[in-house]
Design a protein. Structure first.
Length: 158
């Protein structure tokens, strides 16, 4: 329990520190995840944009799946950095402030795994990431989560 409290304080502290950037926007996510099974990932969080159109994402998610004849929910916290290699003077896609393509570096933590991921986002609405989940505690109610992970998702800004 102390570990979860520490992670929560770290997450909230990060949002407060990062809130001084240009724009903070709430977002929701809906994704398909393959990680030792098929899951629907739903969640929400904050997109914290820097002046150069790079951004941080802080997300809280739940993986919903059916395994061993019962439904399971796996909570997860994640922090991401989105970046591209264009200067801030370039316009985004079709003259907007949103870049067409951004790289994603992310770390997700659940009660059983830590998962570093890399990937990309298109228009900041469509996302593909992949990574490897390293298990630090074995789940009792379902099979191991350790291994390769693929994520296809949609991000919905408010």
């Amino acid at each position: 329990m102390k570990n979860y409290l520490f992670l929560w304080i770290l997450l909230v502290g990060s949002v407060v520190v990062l809130a001084q950037y240009e724009r903070v926007q709430p977002i929701a996510s809906l994704s398909y995840v393959n990680q030792g099974g098929n899951y629907l990932k739903v969640g929400g969080g904050m997109l914290i944009e820097q002046n150069n159109r790079n951004a941080f994402q802080v997300m809280g998610n739940a993986h919903l799946g059916y395994m061993r004849d019962k439904w399971i929910v796996i909570p997860e916290l994640g922090i991401s950095y989105l970046f591209n290699f264009k200067s801030m003077n370039n316009q985004g896609f079709m003259g907007s402030n949103h870049p067409f393509f951004q790289y994603v570096i992310r770390t997700n933590v659940s009660p059983w795994t830590i998962t570093p991921e890399i990937g990309f986002q298109l228009f900041r609405y469509l996302e593909y990431t992949m990574g490897y989940a390293a298990e630090f505690d074995e789940p009792n109610e379902f099979k191991s989560l350790q291994g390769f992970r693929v994520n296809f998702g949609i991000l919905i800004p408010f």
